[in-house]
Design a binder for this molecule. Sequence first.
Ligand SMILES: *Cc1c(COP(=O)(O)O)cnc(C)c1O
Length: 664
Amino acid sequence: MNGYFITGTDTDVGKTCVTAALLRNLLDAGHHALALKPIQSGCRETPDGLVADDVEIYARFSTPYFPNGYPEACCHRFAPACSPHLAAELAGTSLNVNELAHAVTELATGHDLVLVEGAGGAAVPLGNKQTMQDLMQRLDLPVILVADNKLGVINHALMTIRMLRDSGLDIAGVVMTNTTRPDTQGILMRRNNTETIAHYGNIPILAEIPFIEQIDFDAEYIRHMAPAIRHLTPSPADDSDDLTFDRDHIWHPYTSAVNPLPSVKVRTAHGSRITLEDGTELIDGMASWWCAIHGYAHPALLDAARTQLGRLPHVMFGGLTHDPAIELCRSLCDMTPNGLEHVFLADSGSVSVEAAIKMALQYMQADGQTQRTKIFTIRGGYHGDTCGAMSVCDPNNGMHHLFSGLLPHQIFAPRPTCRFGEPYDPASLAETTRLFEENSHRIAAIIVEPIVQGAGGMYFYHPDYLRGLRELADAHGVLLILDEIATGFGRTGKLFACEWADVIPDIMCVGKALSGGTMTLAATVATSNVAQTISKDGGVFMHGPTFMGNPLACAVATASLEILQQGHWKTQVHAIEQRLETAFGPCRDLPGVKDVRVLGSIGVVEMDTPVNVQRLQAAFIEHGVWLRPFGKLIYVMPPYIITQDEVSRLGSAVFDAIAHHIHE
Ligand SMILES: *Cc1c(COP(=O)(O)O)cnc(C)c1O
């Protein structure tokens, strides 16, 4: 949709006449334009129903262009002249931004340019804690602000401009109106008001409408709005240049620099939906690689970021500290299993794994066990892309062969054969135990992803196996590192996956969902034993990233943890799990499918052979969903706020893609 959203500093600014006059100028300039009024309160009651006065004004200004009458231009009409949220409530209904946005898009069909006029200002409530600003964001049109030139206008205009910019909206400019007759002194002040708004708000004045007598009212408005057209560039930007630059100059994850898999451009994302540049809306099945658990643009996370941005976006953590870090680490100590009490803040999951490995090695050094320098792990794991982390990733499907000269050699046990949900066979630990005991004198720590091996194969193993690893570590004085970067914060149905086995690690890594998918942040949390041993005899832990403890990321993470602490995630994840079972079950019968498995809010379809990512991605977008398969795996890991219906749509998209697109 192409056009402008028109809002005002208050309700009496002549916004409707500005909209109508702009519409007329656009029509005169050859556009197939239309002005829309999604919500009209204060409608006249007539025998034929409620009449929206504003739409009548659009019609009056542009009569020659609509000989058969003005098209339908209003989605909701209410009689009381009050705020939309109350008007809707009195009418026994409610307004919803998604529904409004779709209705507006419908009405706009067939027009090359629309003017959408809000009701009142940007902060006007629509109900359900949604405001006009949310609708503006959802429509994502550049905004024209109409401000009535009178006492107080500077403050109102600058506040609105700040608010709109903070919510990521483009402001095309300001139209100044004069709805009251100024006296001589007033004329001077009004000129200064206009200049001040332009200067302080850093914004163009599109047009100034003087006080107009009733005579020739419409024509005068149209004449004075004409200059605005010059400032407006209503053709949608052509982004093919951008995508060419992207393809030629930007590395994307795990794809060629010269012949990459295609990238799709995203404009915005809200809740469980991602909106592409061309307006296509996709149901998000990935939560941006497990991160965005509360959905995109969660108001609490955005508020936390904005507030912190205004206070202190960053400061070095060496010798300085701040509330956001203290508050976050306090929450982490509270939420992680008992005994984990020392938090190291890192800027990504991989770095938190590096920190965990270094902690384990420094622990053994400080303890006088200098021969213990190896890390013990299981095959099929994934712990990140930095060197220490890569050294404990699966040696076959990881990147070992590329970096064999560089990576330290670690000790690998077989992938656990005992699956989650099946009876436990103690024999599955036999080879692991043998390897461990044979090497225990060299081992500083065991590192594994608890219960779910993520990027290494989306494989779920038995909690008793994890318990067995804890016992082996204890019996031999080795540390246990649990990498909860993918599984932490509710994904598997427990707050942390180690709770499935009642196992508490010596060191835990968290990341991904830690900041609710908004900022890059991770943490390595250790027991007092680990921290005290490393710090013995003046020892210090030797790691300190530049952006350690970034206040912006910490503030957002604290807000995310607060949402989790309210506890809804449990019911949400449980409901997703149940629906995933029914939505993905039918895939079991399709040819080429090896296994279908579900745990918490993770659903996995494993194929016999690797899938064609490019073709599948296109098929999924066609289906209105966003999924990114890898290897033989098609999987979903949606945000916890996803609806049951949306989960079903993910399931049918996957079913359809496997049935029709895999073997083409
Ligand atoms: C994603 C992931 C990492 C790496 O985190 P980054 O933030 O990508 O560096 C490490 N371990 C596990 C289990 C992961 O899923």
